[in-house]
Ligand binder design. Structure first.
Ligand code: HEM
Ligand SMILES: *[C@@H]1O[C@H](CO)[C@@H](O)[C@H](O)[C@H]1NC(C)=O
Ligand SMILES: *[C@@H]1O[C@H](CO)[C@@H](O)[C@H](O)[C@H]1NC(C)=O
Length: 323
Protein backbone atom coordinates (compact mmCIF):
# COMPACT_ATOMS: atom_id res chain seq x y z
CA UNK A 1 0.00 0.00 0.00
CA UNK A 2 1.29 3.44 -0.90
CA UNK A 3 1.75 5.93 1.92
CA UNK A 4 -0.82 8.69 2.01
CA UNK A 5 1.69 11.36 1.02
CA UNK A 6 2.79 9.29 -1.96
CA UNK A 7 -0.87 8.89 -2.80
CA UNK A 8 -1.48 12.65 -2.52
CA UNK A 9 1.42 13.52 -4.78
CA UNK A 10 0.22 10.89 -7.21
CA UNK A 11 -3.25 12.48 -7.32
CA UNK A 12 -1.60 15.88 -7.74
CA UNK A 13 0.45 14.69 -10.69
CA UNK A 14 -2.66 13.24 -12.32
CA UNK A 15 -4.49 16.57 -11.79
CA UNK A 16 -1.60 18.54 -13.28
CA UNK A 17 -1.24 16.43 -16.38
CA UNK A 18 -4.91 15.69 -17.02
CA UNK A 19 -5.63 18.76 -19.22
CA UNK A 20 -2.95 17.54 -21.61
CA UNK A 21 -4.32 14.03 -21.87
CA UNK A 22 -8.09 14.61 -21.70
CA UNK A 23 -8.41 15.46 -25.41
CA UNK A 24 -11.87 16.84 -26.16
CA UNK A 25 -13.12 15.71 -22.74
CA UNK A 26 -12.79 17.36 -19.36
CA UNK A 27 -12.22 16.10 -15.83
CA UNK A 28 -15.22 17.20 -13.74
CA UNK A 29 -17.48 17.75 -16.77
CA UNK A 30 -20.60 17.18 -14.60
CA UNK A 31 -19.45 19.26 -11.64
CA UNK A 32 -22.12 21.93 -12.25
CA UNK A 33 -24.69 19.97 -14.27
CA UNK A 34 -24.88 16.95 -11.96
CA UNK A 35 -22.44 17.23 -9.06
CA UNK A 36 -23.16 13.77 -7.61
CA UNK A 37 -22.91 11.88 -10.89
CA UNK A 38 -19.54 10.28 -10.20
CA UNK A 39 -20.47 9.53 -6.58
CA UNK A 40 -23.66 7.78 -7.70
CA UNK A 41 -21.69 5.55 -10.06
CA UNK A 42 -19.27 4.71 -7.25
CA UNK A 43 -22.20 3.77 -5.01
CA UNK A 44 -23.56 1.39 -7.62
CA UNK A 45 -20.15 -0.21 -8.11
CA UNK A 46 -19.67 -0.60 -4.36
CA UNK A 47 -23.12 -2.12 -3.96
CA UNK A 48 -22.37 -4.65 -6.70
CA UNK A 49 -19.00 -5.42 -5.14
CA UNK A 50 -20.50 -6.02 -1.73
CA UNK A 51 -22.74 -8.68 -3.29
CA UNK A 52 -20.01 -10.17 -5.50
CA UNK A 53 -16.27 -9.46 -5.28
CA UNK A 54 -16.01 -10.65 -8.89
CA UNK A 55 -18.10 -7.70 -10.10
CA UNK A 56 -15.10 -5.53 -10.97
CA UNK A 57 -13.68 -7.51 -13.89
CA UNK A 58 -16.75 -7.22 -16.14
CA UNK A 59 -16.82 -3.44 -15.63
CA UNK A 60 -13.22 -2.97 -16.74
CA UNK A 61 -13.72 -5.24 -19.75
CA UNK A 62 -16.95 -3.41 -20.62
CA UNK A 63 -15.10 -0.11 -21.03
CA UNK A 64 -12.42 -1.77 -23.20
CA UNK A 65 -14.99 -3.43 -25.44
CA UNK A 66 -17.03 -0.23 -25.67
CA UNK A 67 -14.02 1.85 -26.71
CA UNK A 68 -12.57 -0.55 -29.29
CA UNK A 69 -15.81 -0.82 -31.27
CA UNK A 70 -17.08 2.55 -32.62
CA UNK A 71 -15.25 4.43 -29.87
CA UNK A 72 -16.33 4.95 -26.26
CA UNK A 73 -19.95 5.71 -27.11
CA UNK A 74 -21.90 3.23 -24.98
CA UNK A 75 -22.65 1.08 -28.07
CA UNK A 76 -21.77 -2.05 -26.08
CA UNK A 77 -24.79 -1.39 -23.83
CA UNK A 78 -27.48 -1.37 -26.53
CA UNK A 79 -29.83 -4.33 -26.77
CA UNK A 80 -30.45 -6.11 -30.03
CA UNK A 81 -33.69 -5.08 -31.72
CA UNK A 82 -35.99 -6.75 -34.27
CA UNK A 83 -33.88 -5.90 -37.28
CA UNK A 84 -30.46 -5.60 -35.64
CA UNK A 85 -28.06 -7.82 -33.73
CA UNK A 86 -26.14 -5.56 -31.36
CA UNK A 87 -22.48 -5.74 -30.29
CA UNK A 88 -23.25 -7.48 -27.00
CA UNK A 89 -24.71 -10.45 -28.86
CA UNK A 90 -21.57 -11.08 -30.94
CA UNK A 91 -19.42 -14.14 -30.11
CA UNK A 92 -16.58 -11.63 -29.66
CA UNK A 93 -18.37 -10.44 -26.54
CA UNK A 94 -18.70 -13.89 -24.99
CA UNK A 95 -18.99 -13.55 -21.21
CA UNK A 96 -19.49 -9.77 -21.31
CA UNK A 97 -21.30 -8.40 -18.24
CA UNK A 98 -21.68 -5.51 -15.86
CA UNK A 99 -24.82 -4.15 -17.53
CA UNK A 100 -26.90 -4.25 -14.34
CA UNK A 101 -24.38 -2.06 -12.53
CA UNK A 102 -24.53 0.52 -15.32
CA UNK A 103 -28.37 0.39 -15.31
CA UNK A 104 -28.42 0.87 -11.54
CA UNK A 105 -26.17 3.94 -11.73
CA UNK A 106 -28.07 5.37 -14.69
CA UNK A 107 -31.43 5.01 -12.89
CA UNK A 108 -30.12 6.88 -9.85
CA UNK A 109 -28.57 9.58 -12.00
CA UNK A 110 -31.66 10.05 -14.19
CA UNK A 111 -33.79 10.54 -11.07
CA UNK A 112 -31.55 13.43 -9.99
CA UNK A 113 -30.34 14.89 -13.28
CA UNK A 114 -32.48 13.75 -16.22
CA UNK A 115 -30.98 13.76 -19.74
CA UNK A 116 -27.59 14.93 -18.52
CA UNK A 117 -25.08 12.13 -18.00
CA UNK A 118 -24.16 9.83 -20.89
CA UNK A 119 -24.06 6.06 -20.58
CA UNK A 120 -20.60 6.11 -22.17
CA UNK A 121 -19.32 8.27 -19.29
CA UNK A 122 -20.98 6.00 -16.73
CA UNK A 123 -19.08 3.04 -18.21
CA UNK A 124 -15.79 4.98 -17.96
CA UNK A 125 -16.50 6.01 -14.34
CA UNK A 126 -17.52 2.47 -13.37
CA UNK A 127 -14.31 1.02 -14.85
CA UNK A 128 -12.29 3.58 -12.88
CA UNK A 129 -14.14 2.72 -9.67
CA UNK A 130 -13.50 -0.95 -10.38
CA UNK A 131 -9.78 -0.28 -10.78
CA UNK A 132 -9.74 1.57 -7.48
CA UNK A 133 -11.62 -1.17 -5.66
CA UNK A 134 -9.58 -4.06 -7.07
CA UNK A 135 -6.22 -2.33 -7.49
CA UNK A 136 -6.14 0.38 -4.84
CA UNK A 137 -5.05 3.08 -7.27
CA UNK A 138 -7.11 6.01 -8.43
CA UNK A 139 -7.27 8.27 -11.48
CA UNK A 140 -9.41 11.13 -12.70
CA UNK A 141 -11.64 10.33 -15.68
CA UNK A 142 -12.11 13.02 -18.33
CA UNK A 143 -15.80 13.07 -19.28
CA UNK A 144 -18.30 14.68 -21.62
CA UNK A 145 -18.77 11.69 -23.94
CA UNK A 146 -22.06 11.39 -25.79
CA UNK A 147 -23.91 8.17 -26.58
CA UNK A 148 -23.97 6.63 -30.03
CA UNK A 149 -27.10 5.37 -31.76
CA UNK A 150 -25.58 2.41 -33.61
CA UNK A 151 -24.45 -1.00 -32.36
CA UNK A 152 -23.60 -3.73 -34.86
CA UNK A 153 -22.52 -7.26 -33.90
CA UNK A 154 -20.68 -7.46 -37.22
CA UNK A 155 -18.19 -4.80 -36.12
CA UNK A 156 -17.01 -6.63 -32.99
CA UNK A 157 -14.66 -9.35 -34.28
CA UNK A 158 -13.02 -7.01 -36.79
CA UNK A 159 -12.13 -4.47 -34.07
CA UNK A 160 -11.34 -6.45 -30.93
CA UNK A 161 -8.08 -8.38 -30.55
CA UNK A 162 -8.37 -12.17 -30.74
CA UNK A 163 -7.25 -14.64 -28.08
CA UNK A 164 -4.87 -16.23 -30.60
CA UNK A 165 -3.30 -13.03 -31.89
CA UNK A 166 0.50 -12.94 -31.90
CA UNK A 167 2.47 -9.95 -30.62
CA UNK A 168 2.59 -8.19 -34.00
CA UNK A 169 -1.17 -8.59 -34.47
CA UNK A 170 -1.85 -7.27 -30.96
CA UNK A 171 0.41 -4.30 -31.64
CA UNK A 172 -1.36 -3.54 -34.92
CA UNK A 173 -4.79 -3.87 -33.34
CA UNK A 174 -4.01 -1.35 -30.60
CA UNK A 175 -2.18 0.94 -33.03
CA UNK A 176 -5.38 1.22 -35.07
CA UNK A 177 -6.97 2.71 -31.95
CA UNK A 178 -4.08 5.10 -31.36
CA UNK A 179 -2.58 3.07 -28.51
CA UNK A 180 1.09 2.13 -28.28
CA UNK A 181 2.77 -1.22 -27.87
CA UNK A 182 3.48 -0.27 -24.26
CA UNK A 183 -0.19 0.63 -23.70
CA UNK A 184 -1.15 -2.78 -25.08
CA UNK A 185 1.19 -4.69 -22.76
CA UNK A 186 0.24 -2.46 -19.81
CA UNK A 187 -3.53 -2.80 -20.30
CA UNK A 188 -3.24 -6.56 -20.73
CA UNK A 189 -2.44 -6.52 -17.00
CA UNK A 190 -6.23 -6.28 -16.55
CA UNK A 191 -6.04 -10.04 -17.02
CA UNK A 192 -4.89 -10.29 -13.42
CA UNK A 193 -8.59 -10.29 -12.52
CA UNK A 194 -11.67 -12.08 -13.81
CA UNK A 195 -11.91 -15.23 -15.81
CA UNK A 196 -12.11 -16.78 -19.24
CA UNK A 197 -14.27 -19.44 -20.78
CA UNK A 198 -12.37 -22.64 -21.60
CA UNK A 199 -13.34 -22.26 -25.26
CA UNK A 200 -10.96 -19.29 -25.53
CA UNK A 201 -7.88 -21.43 -24.91
CA UNK A 202 -8.69 -25.19 -25.13
CA UNK A 203 -6.88 -25.36 -28.47
CA UNK A 204 -3.71 -24.74 -26.43
CA UNK A 205 -4.42 -27.86 -24.39
CA UNK A 206 -5.56 -30.40 -26.95
CA UNK A 207 -4.98 -29.40 -30.57
CA UNK A 208 -2.36 -26.66 -30.72
CA UNK A 209 -0.82 -27.38 -34.12
CA UNK A 210 0.42 -30.18 -36.35
CA UNK A 211 3.62 -30.62 -34.33
CA UNK A 212 2.30 -30.19 -30.78
CA UNK A 213 -1.07 -31.15 -29.40
CA UNK A 214 -0.25 -29.02 -26.31
CA UNK A 215 1.13 -25.48 -26.66
CA UNK A 216 4.85 -25.83 -25.78
CA UNK A 217 4.83 -22.29 -24.35
CA UNK A 218 2.44 -23.45 -21.60
CA UNK A 219 3.87 -24.56 -18.26
CA UNK A 220 3.15 -28.35 -18.17
CA UNK A 221 1.88 -28.30 -14.56
CA UNK A 222 -0.42 -25.40 -15.32
CA UNK A 223 -1.59 -27.16 -18.50
CA UNK A 224 -2.40 -30.22 -16.41
CA UNK A 225 -4.48 -28.12 -14.01
CA UNK A 226 -6.31 -26.44 -16.90
CA UNK A 227 -7.12 -29.82 -18.44
CA UNK A 228 -8.87 -30.90 -15.25
CA UNK A 229 -11.00 -27.74 -15.39
CA UNK A 230 -11.59 -27.83 -19.13
CA UNK A 231 -12.16 -31.43 -20.21
CA UNK A 232 -11.77 -32.13 -23.90
CA UNK A 233 -15.14 -31.95 -25.68
CA UNK A 234 -16.89 -31.24 -22.38
CA UNK A 235 -20.65 -30.69 -22.57
CA UNK A 236 -20.39 -27.16 -21.18
CA UNK A 237 -17.97 -24.24 -21.43
CA UNK A 238 -16.74 -23.60 -17.86
CA UNK A 239 -14.75 -20.56 -16.79
CA UNK A 240 -11.26 -20.44 -15.26
CA UNK A 241 -9.67 -17.51 -13.41
CA UNK A 242 -6.84 -15.65 -15.13
CA UNK A 243 -5.00 -15.54 -11.80
CA UNK A 244 -5.84 -18.57 -9.65
CA UNK A 245 -4.14 -17.05 -6.57
CA UNK A 246 -5.71 -13.56 -6.35
CA UNK A 247 -8.52 -13.51 -8.96
CA UNK A 248 -10.03 -10.27 -7.63
CA UNK A 249 -6.86 -8.25 -7.07
CA UNK A 250 -5.72 -5.99 -9.89
CA UNK A 251 -1.93 -6.09 -9.69
CA UNK A 252 1.16 -6.92 -11.71
CA UNK A 253 1.04 -10.61 -10.74
CA UNK A 254 -0.11 -11.10 -14.33
CA UNK A 255 3.42 -10.39 -15.59
CA UNK A 256 4.97 -12.79 -13.09
CA UNK A 257 2.55 -15.45 -14.27
CA UNK A 258 3.68 -14.87 -17.86
CA UNK A 259 7.31 -15.31 -16.80
CA UNK A 260 6.43 -18.73 -15.33
CA UNK A 261 4.61 -19.67 -18.56
CA UNK A 262 1.23 -19.43 -16.84
CA UNK A 263 -0.49 -17.01 -19.17
CA UNK A 264 -4.04 -18.28 -19.70
CA UNK A 265 -4.64 -17.08 -23.25
CA UNK A 266 -2.21 -17.50 -26.12
CA UNK A 267 -2.35 -13.69 -26.48
CA UNK A 268 -1.20 -13.37 -22.86
CA UNK A 269 1.71 -15.82 -23.00
CA UNK A 270 2.97 -14.46 -26.31
CA UNK A 271 3.78 -11.12 -24.62
CA UNK A 272 6.56 -12.92 -22.75
CA UNK A 273 7.58 -15.25 -25.57
CA UNK A 274 7.87 -12.61 -28.30
CA UNK A 275 11.08 -10.51 -28.36
CA UNK A 276 8.90 -7.52 -29.35
CA UNK A 277 7.19 -7.34 -25.95
CA UNK A 278 9.35 -9.35 -23.53
CA UNK A 279 11.21 -6.27 -22.23
CA UNK A 280 7.93 -4.52 -21.44
CA UNK A 281 6.69 -7.57 -19.52
CA UNK A 282 9.92 -7.64 -17.50
CA UNK A 283 9.60 -3.95 -16.74
CA UNK A 284 5.99 -4.28 -15.53
CA UNK A 285 6.90 -7.37 -13.48
CA UNK A 286 9.79 -5.58 -11.79
CA UNK A 287 8.11 -2.22 -11.12
CA UNK A 288 4.58 -2.59 -9.74
CA UNK A 289 3.96 1.09 -9.04
CA UNK A 290 5.27 2.13 -12.45
CA UNK A 291 2.91 -0.41 -13.98
CA UNK A 292 -0.03 0.99 -11.95
CA UNK A 293 0.80 4.52 -13.09
CA UNK A 294 1.06 3.45 -16.71
CA UNK A 295 -2.14 1.46 -16.38
CA UNK A 296 -4.20 4.45 -15.23
CA UNK A 297 -2.69 6.69 -17.95
CA UNK A 298 -3.43 4.04 -20.58
CA UNK A 299 -7.01 3.65 -19.31
CA UNK A 300 -7.48 7.40 -19.75
CA UNK A 301 -6.07 7.25 -23.30
CA UNK A 302 -8.26 4.26 -24.10
CA UNK A 303 -11.24 6.27 -22.83
CA UNK A 304 -10.60 8.95 -25.46
CA UNK A 305 -10.90 6.65 -28.49
CA UNK A 306 -13.23 8.12 -31.12
CA UNK A 307 -15.47 9.81 -28.56
CA UNK A 308 -18.62 11.72 -29.51
CA UNK A 309 -18.85 15.18 -27.93
CA UNK A 310 -20.83 18.44 -28.07
CA UNK A 311 -24.01 17.90 -30.09
CA UNK A 312 -22.94 14.57 -31.58
CA UNK A 313 -24.98 11.51 -30.61
CA UNK A 314 -27.32 11.84 -27.65
CA UNK A 315 -27.71 11.35 -23.91
CA UNK A 316 -29.61 8.10 -23.70
CA UNK A 317 -32.41 7.85 -21.12
CA UNK A 318 -32.04 4.09 -20.89
CA UNK A 319 -28.58 2.74 -21.60
CA UNK A 320 -29.98 -0.31 -23.40
CA UNK A 321 -32.05 1.56 -26.00
CA UNK A 322 -31.55 4.63 -28.20
CA UNK A 323 -33.88 7.54 -27.47
C1 HEM B 1 -4.62 -7.58 -25.55
C2 HEM B 1 -5.64 -8.18 -26.11
C3 HEM B 1 -6.77 -8.81 -25.37
C4 HEM B 1 -7.34 -10.00 -25.67
C5 HEM B 1 -6.99 -10.92 -26.82
C6 HEM B 1 -8.36 -10.23 -24.67
C7 HEM B 1 -9.18 -11.36 -24.66
C8 HEM B 1 -9.98 -11.71 -23.59
C9 HEM B 1 -10.72 -12.95 -23.48
C10 HEM B 1 -10.77 -14.03 -24.56
C11 HEM B 1 -11.33 -12.95 -22.28
C12 HEM B 1 -12.22 -14.07 -21.70
C13 HEM B 1 -13.67 -13.81 -22.04
C14 HEM B 1 -14.53 -14.99 -21.65
O1 HEM B 1 -14.29 -16.09 -22.12
O2 HEM B 1 -15.48 -14.81 -20.84
C15 HEM B 1 -11.00 -11.72 -21.61
C16 HEM B 1 -11.43 -11.36 -20.35
C17 HEM B 1 -11.14 -10.16 -19.75
N1 HEM B 1 -10.48 -9.09 -20.34
FE1 HEM B 1 -9.40 -9.15 -22.03
N2 HEM B 1 -8.38 -9.20 -23.80
C18 HEM B 1 -7.43 -8.30 -24.17
C19 HEM B 1 -7.17 -7.08 -23.57
C20 HEM B 1 -7.87 -6.58 -22.50
C21 HEM B 1 -7.82 -5.21 -22.03
C22 HEM B 1 -7.04 -4.09 -22.72
C23 HEM B 1 -8.61 -5.14 -20.94
C24 HEM B 1 -8.94 -3.95 -20.06
C25 HEM B 1 -8.15 -2.91 -19.87
C26 HEM B 1 -9.15 -6.46 -20.70
C27 HEM B 1 -9.93 -6.81 -19.63
C28 HEM B 1 -10.45 -8.07 -19.42
C29 HEM B 1 -11.06 -8.50 -18.18
C30 HEM B 1 -11.17 -7.68 -16.90
C31 HEM B 1 -11.51 -9.81 -18.39
C32 HEM B 1 -12.25 -10.70 -17.38
C33 HEM B 1 -13.73 -10.44 -17.55
C34 HEM B 1 -14.61 -11.17 -16.54
O3 HEM B 1 -14.14 -11.94 -15.71
O4 HEM B 1 -15.84 -10.96 -16.63
N3 HEM B 1 -8.71 -7.30 -21.68
N4 HEM B 1 -10.19 -10.98 -22.43
C1 LIG C 1 -32.42 -5.75 -22.81
O1 LIG C 1 -32.11 -7.14 -22.85
C2 LIG C 1 -32.08 -7.77 -21.56
C3 LIG C 1 -31.54 -9.16 -21.71
O2 LIG C 1 -32.13 -9.82 -22.80
C4 LIG C 1 -33.49 -7.71 -20.95
O3 LIG C 1 -33.48 -8.31 -19.69
C5 LIG C 1 -33.90 -6.25 -20.82
O4 LIG C 1 -35.22 -6.16 -20.35
C6 LIG C 1 -33.78 -5.53 -22.17
N1 LIG C 1 -34.01 -4.13 -21.90
C7 LIG C 1 -34.64 -3.30 -22.74
C8 LIG C 1 -34.83 -1.92 -22.29
O5 LIG C 1 -35.04 -3.66 -23.82
C1 LIG D 1 3.82 -25.46 -33.82
O1 LIG D 1 4.16 -24.52 -32.81
C2 LIG D 1 5.52 -24.44 -32.50
C3 LIG D 1 5.69 -23.53 -31.29
O2 LIG D 1 5.03 -22.32 -31.48
C4 LIG D 1 6.29 -23.98 -33.71
O3 LIG D 1 7.67 -23.88 -33.43
C5 LIG D 1 6.04 -24.94 -34.85
O4 LIG D 1 6.67 -24.46 -36.03
C6 LIG D 1 4.55 -25.12 -35.11
N1 LIG D 1 4.34 -26.19 -36.07
C7 LIG D 1 3.54 -26.05 -37.12
C8 LIG D 1 3.43 -27.25 -38.02
O5 LIG D 1 2.91 -25.04 -37.37
Amino acid sequence: MASSSAYLSFVLVICLISPAISGPLKVGFYQKKCPSAEAMVRESVQKALAADPGAVAPLIRLHFHDCFVRGCDGSILLNSTKGNTAEKDSMGNLGIGGFEVIDDAKAKIEAQCPNTVSCADIVAFAARDGVRAAGGFHYAVPSGRRDGRVSLASEVIQNLPGAFFDAAQLKANFAKKGLSLRDMVTLSGAHSIGDSHCSQFTKRLYSFNLTYSQDPSLNPNYAHLLKTKCPRNGPTDPTVPFDPVTPNVLDNAYYHNLKSDEGLLYSDQVLWDAPLTRGLVKDNANHPSAWARRFTAAMVRMGLIEVLTGTQGEIRKNCRVIN
